[in-house]
Design a protein around this ligand. Structure first.
Ligand code: SAM
Length: 267
């Protein structure tokens, strides 16, 4: 992924920031489960990487009440929403910084807890991202990651794969983002961390075609970014038509897989 592609991801999130909260409520609950899985302890300095609108930060505040939280995200729109929502938490100093995971404007070895919820799958260089986050942890600090797991969204992928001509960029994006347990273990070990726990969660959901495509638009609009607008409209309309055809009495059925990891920095 080039620097232009990184900008595309951030711009995509900025464009859809206002529709975002509604479309990603399952992610929000995932972030809450991630935070509940962090070992009990006292975490004064927390870094939230790809902090978005601050849902996971909110869960951290509720559980650990840290002294300071720093949120880093490349998307201006997401940071604005974060600021509006969580700017003034009493007793917690919140700092927001615009930046990419590999270029975070925060000091090294300064954080007791680094959390990264539903953002790691967007990081183009997975080993470098794990290393960049590990560099920000104090010795003994904890890293908690939640990201998209391999195997999810297969029904949607099947529809895309049968489109004529297939959109290889979009199809390939699933492989580029989703990860399995051994891959995540490798990123963390290579970054010098001790893995404490890694697990997958797989859910089958039923929804409407409209709700599903709206979520895709909000979290992955950049993936069709290089298609001319009218072509993209026609393409998406055909995808939706096929999804309706494949829907049953409970609507559009799909599975979603989430990968969780907790690791510690030795020392
Ligand atoms: C689905 S949101 C997750 C928001 C948040 N962590 C939460 O739990 O509410 C994904 C976020 O990752 C950010 N992101 C995408 N690419 C990134 C990168 N290379 N470095 C840091 N953050 C990135 C996006 O801008 C977006 O805000």
């Amino acid at each position: 992924m080039s620097d232009d592609d990184r900008t595309l991801v951030a711009d995509g999130f900025t464009e859809t920031a206002s529709d975002y909260e509604d479309a990603v409520r399952f992610n929000i609950e995932g972030g809450q489960r991630l935070v509940m899985s962090i070992p009990a302890g006292s975490y004064d300095d927390v870094l939230d990487v790809g902090c978005g609108t601050g849902w996971t930060t909110q869960a951290i505040v509720d559980r650990f009440r840290p002294a300071r939280i720093t949120g880093v995200d490349p998307s201006e729109g997401m940071l604005e929403q974060f600021q509006a929502k969580l700017g003034g938490i009493e007793g917690v100093e919140v700092t927001l910084a615009q930046g990419d995971v590999e270029n975070m404007p925060v000091p090294d070895a300064a954080f007791d807890l680094v959390v990264c919820a539903m953002a790691y799958h967007w990081f183009p260089r997975k080993w470098a991202a794990a290393e960049a986050m590990a560099a920000k942890m104090k010795p003994g600090g904890v890293l908690a990651i939640l990201c998209s797991g391999r195997g999810g969204e297969q029904a949607y992928r099947d529809i895309l794969a049968n489109m004529e001509p297939p959109n290889y960029v979009w199809l390939g994006a699933f492989d580029a983002v989703q990860r399995d347990i051994p891959e995540m273990e490798d990123y963390l070990v290579q970054a010098g961390l001790e893995v404490e726990d890694i697990w997958m969660e797989r859910r089958v959901r039923h929804t409407t075609v409209e709700a599903y495509t709206q979520r895709m638009r909000v979290v992955a609009s950049h993936l069709i970014g290089d298609m001319p607008e009218d072509e993209a409209e026609a393409y998406l309309a055909e995808v939706e038509r096929r999804m309706r055809e494949a829907s049953g009495p409970r609507g559009w059925t799909y599975d979603f897989t989430k990968l969780y990891a907790i690791a510690r920095k030795p020392g």
